[in-house]
Design a binder for this molecule. Structure first.
Ligand code: C2O
Ligand code: CU
Ligand code: CU
Length: 575
């Protein structure tokens, strides 16, 4: 525990050639357009050494290229070569789509609410795989449940409508025991659904996708001395989650983004295997207010002003950053602020004890503590397994623990812009599901000997320990044990509402916006919710769906190492 707040972020500047950034597409387009119009060129922009690489932005093709679905398409999981560290091609697993003359890797799939997906998945890697559409309401045949995983060389056909409201969803592999590895090595992409409310917001704020409405996919990775990804969790890391040395944004290490004086929208997905972030925008160390406008299941009723927001694996937030009053030359840093990932784990909340003064798991620690002490690991106890070298690419080094301060991206204000828009007072209408937390179904999260469990069980392919009736409204209390870790709890097939947080650690309570202990990011519709040690999160789920027959979904922890180790159960919805 002692080490949680220790500042382990590497501030070493990267030995990367500035200007060798891999971004193409939009940036290239603008330069060309300017040349044509003989506008005097802007002085060459020199980013600061700590963030030398231009943020990769979804373009018309390539990695994260925007695929506006028209008709059916084929999507192949394969091994590809892709630059992550500029100038160093790396082996990556990616979903490849060739559609209407363009080639995409991990395409950003975009369609209208009510639209249809007809996709043939081809598994071109040497282990079983299947695609799960995270957050979408589809039947079990199309959900990508591990039951349907296919071997290398095999195909699986998807055919479904997308009834969901506009939101930033995502897709990723889901074969049992292999999800963490395959996501880590590259498989996964965004799935953006739009509807009239969404288009109204884009219009009100004059947002342009890829310029002023920018998705940010966060995940931490380790690189070996050759700049290649390596996934090799130790036993401790299987219990705690596999962390990286560097947080990439849209697969860009140490990225910068150029902005003008206007409102920007960032849709942020935490695609990390295990890392939790406490996101903030900092100027000279001071946190800026920003607006939270949406999360997993789409827009909130209105914008909520926040200073920081927790984002655990698989969660999404949709935020507005107002740079109208910024000055040209200002720099804003997207950061993850310090927090204590294990706050509460020893019992009563610990009100911000400085790192040095916090006790290590010592005499009072029982064996359940010892079993997962690696989460707040002190160096003397367990040496990191990742290469702890100063390799030429500058991306290796120490592994920052969850909760240490991290700088993720630098935003440079480069231009004045006349911008006279403001955030609409109403964004959407969230109809609350009538329910209370009086007689809930209990979902207990705990562990024995480094094995995480749900209601005392781990995943069994054929058993469906949680059975609900189609059309039922159920209230669940997700109860995390005191001697535990934070678990991002996720359900397939349904978006839910969070009713209440109880026994929350102080750092969570501090974000409460109502007397139920909810943070702004708990409002609206969710498919994943973070549950801290000792905390109970009460949610309500409406199991109405339009599909014939029984459906088998799942619920699991979205710490992918926990999931792969079996912190996952089948969820049967009986017709
Ligand atoms: Cu992203 Cu089973 O989940
Ligand atoms: Cu899911
Ligand atoms: Cu977990």
């Amino acid at each position: 525990m002692r080490a949680n707040a220790r500042f382990m972020t590497s501030r070493r500047s990267l030995l990367l050639a500035a200007g060798a950034a891999g971004a193409t597409g939009i940036a290239g387009g603008i330069a060309w357009w300017r040349a044509e119009r003989t506008v005097p060129p802007e002085p060459r922009f020199v980013p600061d050494a700590a963030f030398p690489n231009r943020l990769r932005i979804p373009g018309n093709d390539g990695l994260y290229g925007v695929l506006d679905v028209a008709g059916s398409f084929a999507i192949a999981a394969k091994s590809v070569q892709q630059e992550i560290v500029p100038g160093v091609p790396a082996a990556l697993l990616a979903y490849e789509v060739e559609h209407q003359g363009s080639r995409y890797l991990n395409p950003l799939i975009r369609l209208r609410s009510g639209g249809k997906i007809h996709a043939q998945f081809w598994n071109g890697i040497e282990e079983t795989s299947i695609i799960h559409w995270h957050g979408l309401t589809v039947d079990s045949n199309n959900d990508g449940h591990p039951h349907y995983a296919v071997g290398g060389g095999k195909t699986y056909e998807y055919n479904f409508a997308v009834p969901n409201r506009a939101a930033t969803y995502w897709y990723h592999p889901h074969p049992h025991h292999l999800t963490g590895k395959q996501v880590y090595l590259g498989l996964g992409g965004l799935f953006i659904v739009e509807d009239d409310e969404e288009l109204a917001l884009q219009q009100a704020l004059a947002l342009r996708f890829g310029e002023t409405d920018v998705p940010l996919v966060l995940h931490d990775r380790r690189f070996d001395a050759q700049g290649q990804l390596a996934f090799a969790p130790s036993n401790d890391e299987k219990a705690d989650g596999f962390l990286g040395t560097q947080v990439l944004v849209n697969w860009t290490p140490k990225p910068y983004f150029e902005a003008s004086t206007r409102i920007y929208r960032f849709r942020i997905l935490n695609a990390s295997n295990a890392r939790i972030y406490k996101l903030a925008f900092l100027v000279g160390g001071q946190a800026l207010d920003f607006q939270l406008i949406g999360n997993d299941g789409g827009l909130l009723d209105r914008a909520h002003t926040v200073r920081d927001v927790f984002l655990s694996p698989a969660e999404r937030v949709d935020v507005l950053l107002d740079l109208r009053n910024a000055r040209v030359g200002d720099a804003v840093t997207l950061a993850s602020n310090a927090f204590d990932a294990m706050e509460h784990e020893d019992g009563p909340p610990d009100p911000g004890t400085p790192a040095a003064a916090a006790p290590a798991a010592g005499p009072g620690a029982n064996d359940t503590h010892a079993a997962h002490s690696g989460y707040g690991r002190t160096e003397d106890k367990s040496a990191p397994t990742a290469p702890n070298t100063t390799a030429a690419n500058g991306l290796t080094g120490g592994i920052p623990e969850i909760g240490v301060t991290l700088e993720l991206m630098r935003i440079h204000v480069r231009r004045k812009e006349a911008y006279a828009r403001s955030v609409p007072a109403t964004l959407s209408r969230i109809v609350p599901i009538a329910a209370n937390c009086q007689s809930p179904r209990v979902i207990a999260l705990d562990h024995v000997k480094m094995v995480w469990r749900i209601n005392g069980q781990t995943y069994q392919h054929e058993s469906t320990p949680i059975t609900v009736k189609r059309g039922a409204t159920e209230v669940w209390n997700i109860q995390n044990a005191q001697a535990s870790m934070p678990h991002p709890f996720h359900i397939h097939g349904f978006q839910f509402q969070v009713l209440e947080r109880r026994g929350s650690p102080g750092q969570q309570k501090a974000l409460a916006v109502n007397d139920k202990g909810l943070a702004a990011s708990d409002l609206g519709w969710k498919d994943t919710v973070l549950v801290w040690p000792g905390e109970t999160v009460c949610i309500v789920i409406d199991f109405t769906h339009p599909f014939p027959g029984d459906q088998v979904y799942m619920l699991h922890c979205h710490n992918l190492e926990h999931e792969d180790q079996g912190m996952m159960l089948n969820l049967k919805v009986e017709a």
